[in-house]
Design a protein around this ligand. Structure first.
Ligand SMILES: [Fe+2]
Length: 220
């Protein structure tokens, strides 16, 4: 799937007043809605379905394909999906422990799935071990407790629950002996860092172009 850069990095389209968004959240910032999908790669969709649907328990909610091309979506929750392309020539990445530093080109380390309770994380750990997937111990990271493993594609995965009383979403914490200066400015987006949008895309120019999958679902 290829895009021209201006397809990805389109200009904003919201209504502006004094350089801020008129709608969206109370700060005038755009509201995000989870990670719609995290797109990973497998050479074996059958094996991937067996693991993510039948062992981990995610619903397989959407798949499209044609010939050798396919992409399938597994629902994590009401907002987030894990998606897989199937590429014939793909091979698992070289095995590396979660968070273990590497030099050279590298843009991804691991996926952490939040779970409702510690009981569910322990139950999932039991299920993985029973199926022959090695798991770490339950590890204390203060605000979360985590179990680490790998999926059949070699993707480093983590399952965790948030520890009650650790309120970093309400009161952020930067506990770093040598933080970059921007980190000391606090959690909120800083004004005046980037150029203001001078020409929001008007609705009549908000064109949507066909892409992979646009012909597969019945249009209502
Ligand atoms: Fe993590």
């Amino acid at each position: 799937m290829f895009f021209a850069l201006n397809t990805i990095y389109g200009t904003g389209s919201a209504v502006f007043r004094k350089g801020r968004l008129e709608k969206f959240d109370e700060r005038g910032e755009m509201k995000f809605r989870g990670i719609n999908h995290l797109a990973m790669v497998t050479a074996d969709m059958e094996k991937t379905i067996r693991f993510w649907r039948d062992l981990i328990g995610l619903r397989l909610i959407y798949g499209f394909g044609e010939g050798d091309f396919r992409q399938y979506f597994f629902e994590i929750d009401g907002q987030d999906c894990l998606a897989f392309f199937e590429w014939d020539g793909a091979a698992p990445a070289q095995r590396k422990l979660h968070g273990q530093p590497r030099s050279g080109p590298f843009v991804f380390d691991h996926i952490a799935f939040g779970m409702e309770s510690k009981e569910e994380v322990w139950a999932l750990r039991d299920r993985l071990e029973a199926a022959g997937f090695a798991c770490s111990d339950m590890i204390d990271h203060d605000f979360i407790h985590s179990v680490y493993s790998f999926d059949p594609n070699g993707i480093p995965i983590e399952f965790c629950y948030e520890v009650k009383g650790q309120e970093i979403r309400r009161e952020s914490v930067i506990n770093d002996s040598n933080p970059p200066p921007a980190a000391l400015e606090g959690p909120e987006p800083q004004p005046g860092i980037w150029p203001e949008v001078t020409r929001p895309t008007p609705p009549e120019e908000q064109e949507v172009k066909p892409g992979d999958g646009s012909n597969f679902i019945k249009k209502y």
